[in-house]
Design a protein around this ligand. Sequence first.
Ligand code: SAM
Length: 291
Amino acid sequence: EQKAIATPIRTKEIMKKYGFTFKKSLGQNFIIDVNILRNIITKANITKEMDAIEIGPGIGALTEQLAIAANKVIAFEIDGRLLPILEDTLEPYNNINIVNQDILKADMMEVWDKYSLGERPINVVANLPYYITTPILMQLLMAKLPISSITVMIQKEVAERMAAKESTKEYGSLSIAIQYYTEASVEMIVPKTVFMPQPRVDSAVLHLKMREKPPVNVENEPFFFNFVQSSFQQRRKTLRNNLSRHFTDTLSKSEIEEGFEKIGIDGTRRGESLTIEEFASLSNYFYQQIK
Ligand code: SAM
């Protein structure tokens, strides 16, 4: 059996052979522990009947394990310096396609067509570049791509916020945005020592299972997400306070109070205590008043 890419020795060898230097600005922290990668793939429930999309293959550490576990792998890599390296390191595998594009600018429809995605369930698996974790995830979710799940290594604090339940200090508009589209869970905490170079922050593996439909009925999504964001604007302040600021130009204080009464939510509560269902009822009510 060929030695895995994800070891300190092979990573160093590959870097030396190509004179490759890490670009901090691209979030390049490569994984050097194959057990972590196999755990990630287990958490993602990858099988040979599925295709995988990877974001940021680096020198191919995770890509290789995905190629072993999945039917085929499509990997987006922004850094052109890595293309010849990937060609070399992933040479033993014939089920990998590297797309040299910025994931935030990629034309997903074109990629779907070109690699005949959609014939099998698709899972996204990645050790994400931490500087753009939230934009990448929100873009994948909002595009409503036909994918089954997303399993990603990200900064621990961000993973905890994304999976947080109401009435915890991690809960906020990000929790609601993510959980509107998915069932979110933090699967494991990962020490810095499995990366080269080591990042400054701790990491975690976040699993997002796509929902078939949102858990609540929302009449207008942009209005809802704005409303939720404003409810957390000043975390220490009451809902009444944050919302009177949000609706300054559109609703009077007594109209806002009427909303609280009609929906049965106490205006002295804080945003962090509201469930997604409560946010949806309140936001739908105010949307009707304003539209
Ligand atoms: N998958 C490899 C591993 O686990 O060892 C590398 C992970 S490293 C944390 C993040 C990777 O994402 C880097 O290879 C980086 O060049 C790439 N990357 C950064 N920004 C990107 C973008 N906008 N689109 C695609 N890839 C990007």
